[in-house]
Design a protein around this ligand. Structure first.
Ligand SMILES: CCC1=C(C)/C(=C/C2=NC(=C\c3[nH]c(/C=C4\NC(=O)[C@H](C)[C@H]4CC)c(C)c3CCC(=O)O)/C(CCC(=O)O)=C2C)NC1=O
Length: 169
């Protein structure tokens, strides 16, 4: 598992280089957003249940077929599995935000996920929609908390969305 600092050091060490201007810029940007990364992670922790529940509610309003007979989230078990998946995406996104790196997502969340979803018929489009709804909610909360540039919040959510939607070859 990597974060901004360890991945940078590792790549410079591989080629035996001292940290250069690019490295400093990248570290600088990580550290200047650091306080806000921690703030947002704390905000997610404190509101996780609400964020995933709200996003789930909006998703099922937008795509009601999901929870009707024949829908992938129909039956209490599958409904719960869907909300649980949303909660996984949220929790791991909070880790990735603190790390400033998506490695943890690759390692702990996305391995084999597309295959699992394909074999269980979990629809990708609505999954991505659910992830985007959580992202929007987190960004809104961050903005309300006075964080003016919330663009760094996009990274883990967009990364997960991109990886699950990638067409398998
Ligand atoms: C931490 C890493 C991790 C992830 C990401 C994970 C995902 C994950 N989601 C699963 C199922 C599932 N995932 C969903 C999700 C949905 N269905 C929909 O229609 C919606 C679009 C969507 C919610 C937004 C559903 C309904 C199932 C159960 C499908 C079934 O058993 O038929 C399964 C199959 C096993 C199980 O049911 O638990 C896995 C492994 N498990 C993990 O350990």
């Amino acid at each position: 598992m990597r974060d901004t600092v360890t991945s940078l050091i590792s790549s410079y060490d591989t080629t035996g280089r001292y940290l250069d201007r690019d490295a400093m810029d990248s570290l600088q940007s990580y550290f200047t957003t650091g306080v806000n990364r921690v703030k947002v992670a704390a905000m997610i922790s404190a509101n996780a249940a609400e964020i995933s529940r709200e996003a789930g509610k909006q998703l099922f309003e937008a795509v009601p077929e999901l929870i009707r007979p024949g829908g992938n989230a129909y039956t209490t078990r599958r409904y719960a599995a869907c909300l649980r998946d949303m909660d996984y995406y949220l929790r791991y996104s909070s880790y990735a935000l603190v790390a400033g790196n998506n490695d943890v997502l690759m390692e702990r969340v996305l391995q084999g996920l597309r295959e699992t979803y394909n074999s269980l018929g979990v629809p990708i489009g609505p999954t991505v929609q659910g992830i985007q709804l959580m992202k929007a909610k987190v960004k809104e909360m961050a903005a309300d908390a006075g964080i003016s540039d919330t663009s760094f919040i996009d990274q883990p959510f967009d990364f997960i969305a991109g990886e699950v939607s990638e067409v398998s070859v």
